[in-house]
Design a protein around this ligand. Structure first.
Ligand code: FE2
Ligand code: FE2
Length: 164
């Protein structure tokens, strides 16, 4: 078990957790895009895949500027969230209802990331890593934007169709 003697230790550990979570997500998003019925939703998943790849690169920059090796620590929460989401992929059903389920799963994932990046950004600020805090904020903003986009898709089309 990793030692958490200092806030810096906790900070690094949580970055490793996020680094793993983002990697898991790059595997899951293409499957979610493939399963999506709405073109708008497919596009949203695909564009968030590109962003997710950028999030990985940003974390690698963060590790580098902290003088640490980029290491993954299994993120069990993301594993569970993806697992739950992938149950939807296997189920038969009305396409718009399946889309609504995919959005619900994806938003759980985004909220998890928002919480994670919010925490590490605060740690970075407290530890005086100002530049790193700025980089983490960029990702945090993109996660929040992805979440909002999903809400819009749900409200504007998917949920309405699913309710019919
Ligand atoms: Fe991300
Ligand atoms: Fe995300």
């Amino acid at each position: 078990m990793a030692k958490l003697s200092t806030l810096e230790d906790l900070f690094i550990e949580q970055l490793q957790d996020l680094y793993d979570a983002e990697h898991q997500l790059t595997k899951a998003l293409p499957k979610m895009a493939e399963a999506a019925n709405s073109t708008q939703l497919q596009n949203a998943f695909n564009s968030h895949l590109s962003e997710t790849e950028e999030h990985i690169r940003r974390l690698e920059d963060v590790f580098q500027s902290l003088g640490k090796k980029a290491t993954r620590k299994t993120c069990k929460a993301m594993k569970g969230l993806i697992e739950e989401g992938s149950e939807v992929l296997k189920e038969d059903g009305e396409p718009s209802v399946k889309d609504a389920a995919l959005i619900a799963a994806a938003q759980r994932i985004e909220h998890y990331e928002i919480a994670g990046y919010g925490a590490v950004r605060t740690f970075a600020q407290q530890l005086g890593h100002t530049d790193v805090a700025d980089v983490l904020l960029q990702t945090l903003d993109e996660e929040a934007a992805a979440d909002k986009k999903l809400t819009k898709i749900a409200e504007s089309s998917v949920n309405r169709q699913a309710a019919m």
